[in-house]
Design a protein around this ligand. Sequence first.
Ligand SMILES: Cc1cc2nc3c(=O)[nH]c(=O)nc-3n(C[C@H](O)[C@H](O)[C@H](O)COP(=O)(O)OP(=O)(O)OC[C@H]3O[C@@H](n4cnc5c(N)ncnc54)[C@H](O)[C@@H]3O)c2cc1C
Length: 455
Amino acid sequence: MPIALLWFRRDLRLADHPALLAARDAAGPDGAVLPVFVVDPRLWDPAGAARRCFLLDCLRDLDAAVDGALVLRSGHPARVIPALAREAGAETVHVSADAGPYGRQRDAAVERALGEVPLVRTGSPYAVTPGRVTKGDGTPFRVFSPFARAWRAHGWRAPAPRPRSVAWCTGVRSDVPPQQAPLDGVRLPPAGEAAARAAWRRFLDERLAGYRDTRNTPGTEGTSRVSAYLKYGCLHPRTLLADLAGIEDASAESYRTELAWREFYADVLWHRPETHREAFDQRMRAIAYDTGPDADERFAAWAAGRTGYPIVDAGMRQLVGEAWVHNRVRMVVASFLVKDLHVDWWRGARHFLARLVDGDLASNNHGWQWVAGTGTDASPYHRVFNPTRQGKQFDPDGAYVRRWVPELRDVPARYVHEPWLAPDGVPDGYPLPIVDHAEERRVALDRYARLRASP
Ligand SMILES: Cc1cc2nc3c(=O)[nH]c(=O)nc-3n(C[C@H](O)[C@H](O)[C@H](O)COP(=O)(O)OP(=O)(O)OC[C@H]3O[C@@H](n4cnc5c(N)ncnc54)[C@H](O)[C@@H]3O)c2cc1C
């Protein structure tokens, strides 16, 4: 019986899955598809407890969807996949292409190790495969807006149909899933494809209309919260874009733009894989960051949500409580770490990646670089977020801060973003600001000016 091996990675769904259709077609009417997931230590170990829990739950959901046939194996894919293909007699191996630096190298190694058995890449986790949208002269975009225009002009395919039935190959031994203790007290989204679709539907029905206005207010549930589903491919962005097609209001437009950011960062990383670690803007590689015990102490206060700046502390505590942070607040806390505490963006990015349930190398590290002024921002280093002003503007009644910082629950709205000014003083147990924002802003801009002045 012809067997096509389908290696699931960041595509844990059955709907809108071109690689699944390719595997089914390759197996033919008399064949079967062997669904496989590899627990790769290179990705599993640094993922952090939240992503590990969420991923295991997604895999349980996927296993049920493939009638219990999902084969799980642990180890390096370049060893595991060829061995499994031999064991099952698979004639082809199918994947959705990976655009990340590690994924590309890994897949090339798997392809070599497979020898005669072809590795067939169909589709990717993006509406437009990274690398495909370029400037007229064939060079990559460095700035978001022109990329987004070209991305829209390029367009994307309609969603692939969900196959009515697939003959799954059964009886192949599966490893026991790795151990991961449940995360006590952390509210993760429900896992899997059906939960992802339900979350997306709810957003379309209840929140899309107001998205343009509410997407920046962390105290309201204004965004779609589908990032973890996109990360693991429980949903494909093409599905979302198809549902938005024909809706031309400002909110739908704004949502498409957010999806374009995800595609832009994947594209940037595809062209410049080294920028997951190194400054995209090479001039910024020499910027001075603080290190040593004082910097470590400030980093620890930031990570614990004890900086004395309410919106920063609320964001860092949301990261602990939900393994997710509102986008506006991600920008504020990142700016605070880099420009108020003068800590390398890379440390913050690593901290996020080990904790976010949606942690994604391209969106995260380039989101950090954008804020740090080392990345693709067109007006880079001068942008220093004022945490008090950001709090007042985007959380005017303090709902977000009160939710995550219980010490500030009873502080009047007028002082909730600057409790040090409250007539009764800062509530017991809440710290005074660990730095003076105005002063640190000057320090950051001064370092930048010196860098620019240096030959
Ligand atoms: C410092 C920093 C780190 C970030 N780290 C990550 C990360 O690890 N993983 C991740 O998915 N996003 C990351 N983002 C982007 C953004 O914060 C999240 O995608 C968003 O908060 C997810 O919530 P949502 O699904 O409700 O977003 P919505 O507002 O509903 O947006 C819909 C989708 O658009 C995409 N999107 C929205 N904003 C951005 C953005 N600025 N950059 C890239 N994609 C975007 C996401 O896929 C998101 O799910 C980061 C942003 C910053 C500033």
